[in-house]
Design a protein around this ligand. Structure first.
Ligand SMILES: Nc1ncnc2c1ncn2[C@@H]1O[C@H](COP(=O)(O)OP(=O)(O)OP(=O)(O)O)[C@@H](O)[C@H]1O
Ligand SMILES: [Mg+2]
Length: 196
């Protein structure tokens, strides 16, 4: 991790923290409505999302939209081991959740898994993004490891879409060789699609 990434992470975490609860709620509702109209959503059957930690972009309306559209919703579960990736498990209404070692909610039942490459769309949290689709995450490299296979593919499947507040956009983000780029970012104002 570069020192630069560390500084940007600190500054943009703080920006994200400033957003008021009412704005968060409105942003999440707008994003869900907007997402439902996107071709990438309509064409997707297997969609990974996440349960937001306190300052991440809220996803509950989006998860409800996935269920309502009769699509399959998956949540990330941390693998064990020294350099864990994420396993995506089916999440249905009413499924029991518990906190993992980072205090992130995960489904208790992990029997219904999907291979990451079989997902059509993955909605991912982020701390900052830029106009080229670079993503700055929390710094664990979890999403980068989980979708590392995308670098070798000509056709991107799953499509990776970041969920973010518009203020999380930064002019230019540093990018390391292992960073997996986003195909799109959905904010409370717009959907940005990035050229490859
Ligand atoms: N494909 C990979 N193989 C090995 N190590 C990796 C891979 N991807 C990421 N890493 C490791 O993860 C660490 C953190 O990566 P980075 O700073 O890009 O995190 P991030 O993308 O911001 O976080 P996250 O994806 O968890 O939200 C890096 O220092 C790197 O060593
Ligand atoms: Mg990264």
């Amino acid at each position: 991790m570069t020192a630069n990434k560390f500084q940007i992470r600190t500054a943009y975490r703080e920006k994200r923290r400033q957003i008021l609860p009412a704005q968060r709620e409105m942003a999440a509702a707008f994003a869900a409505k907007e997402l439902m109209q996107q071709a990438v959503f309509l064409q997707s059957e297997h969609i990974a999302c996440y349960l937001a930690t306190p300052f991440e972009f809220e996803t509950l309306p989006i998860i409800e939209a996935i269920w309502q559209a009769k699509k399959y919703c998956y949540l990330p579960v941390l693998d064990s081991g020294e350099h864990p990736a994420l396993t995506f498990v089916r999440y249905q209404y009413g499924d029991a959740l518990h906190l993992n070692r980072y205090s992130i909610l995960e489904p208790v039942k992990v029997s219904e898994r999907i291979a990451s490459a079989d997902l059509d769309l993955a909605l991912v949290p982020l701390i900052a993004f830029d106009h080229a689709g670079h993503r700055l995450g929390a710094g664990g490299g979890y999403y980068d490891r989980s979708f590392a296979f995308l670098r070798a593919l000509a056709v991107r499947k799953p499509q990776l879409m970041g969920l973010a507040y518009a203020i999380q956009e930064k002019e230019n983000l540093p990018s390391d060789p292992w960073d997996i780029h986003l195909d799109a970012v959905l904010t409370e104002k717009a959907v940005h699609y990035f050229k490859r």
